[in-house]
Design a protein around this ligand. Sequence first.
Ligand SMILES: NC(=O)c1ccc[n+]([C@@H]2O[C@H](COP(=O)([O-])OP(=O)(O)OC[C@H]3O[C@@H](n4cnc5c(N)ncnc54)[C@H](OP(=O)(O)O)[C@@H]3O)[C@@H](O)[C@H]2O)c1
Length: 239
Amino acid sequence: MAQSPFHGKRIGITGARGALGAALTRCFRAAGAHVIGFTHGSKPPEQADGPHRWVSWSCGDEVSLDADLAEIDVLVLNHGINPQGGQSPEVINQALEINTLSSWRLMQRFEAISRASPQGDAREVWINTSEAEIQPAVSPVYELTKRMLGQLVSIRGAVLDASGREALILRKLVLGPFRSSLNPIGVMGADFVAAQVLRQASWGFRLVIVTPNPLTYVLMPLTELGRRVYSRILSRPDP
Ligand SMILES: NC(=O)c1ccc[n+]([C@@H]2O[C@H](COP(=O)([O-])OP(=O)(O)OC[C@H]3O[C@@H](n4cnc5c(N)ncnc54)[C@H](OP(=O)(O)O)[C@@H]3O)[C@@H](O)[C@H]2O)c1
C-alpha cells in the first residue's frame, strides 16, 4: 500500500481538544504523522490516540507560539466558537477575535516563519472556515466571522517567495454540519469528516469540501473564483 503523504510530517492543530481536532489528530497519527495539539485550556493527560505533545495558547498571544510554529510542516487552524443567536457587541468582539482574527494572525506568523526558513516541501496552512461562509447556519455572528476569515484566505490566494515559488500552501476546509459541542445536531460524524479532509488534501485539493449539501459543491468554487478574480483585478503593488 502507498505511504500516506502525511507520514513523518509534523502537524499542528488548534482546537485540538474539540471534536474535529481530536478526529483529525487520530487520522494524522494513523497516517504516521507527528501531531502537536494547541489548546486554549489546560493540557489534557497524554493519550495513545491524542497529540504527541500539547501546547497551551490563548487568542491574542499568537506571538508566543513562534518557536512551536517553526517546528510544524502543516498548521491546521481549527479552533472556533458558535455564539448561536448572540449578537451583542461583546459577543461579536469575542467571535471576531476567536473565529477570525486569531487565525488571521497565526496565518501571518506562519507565513513569516515559512519565508524565513524555506523547506524542500513548502509548509501548509489549512483554514477551517465552514459552509457558513456562504450558507445560512442559523447563527448570524458565526456566519459573519467565518465569511470574513474565508474572504481573507481568498484574497491572500497564493503565497509566493521572491523567485515566484510557493512559500506557503493554503488549503481551505469548507465543512457541513457534524456533531460536536459546537453543533450537537450535526448530521455527519467528526471522524468521517476528518478522514475526508485528509483524503482530499492528499489529492492536492486546495478547496476541501465535506458536506451533504450539494449546493455547496457548486456555490463554493464559484464564490472562491469570483473573489480571486475580483481581488486580482483590483490588486495594486504596496506603496
Ligand atoms: N460542528 C460543525 O457543524 C462545524 C461545521 C463547519 C465548520 N466547523 C468548524 O470546525 C471547527 C471545529 O469545531 P467543532 O465542531 O469540532 O467544535 P468543538 O468540539 O467545540 O471544538 C472547537 C474547539 O475550539 C477551541 N476553542 C474554543 N474556544 C476557544 C478560545 N476562546 N480560544 C481558542 N480556542 C478555542 C476549543 O479547543 P481547545 O480546548 O483545544 O482549545 C474547542 O474544543 C470550528 O472552527 C468550527 O467553526 C464546525
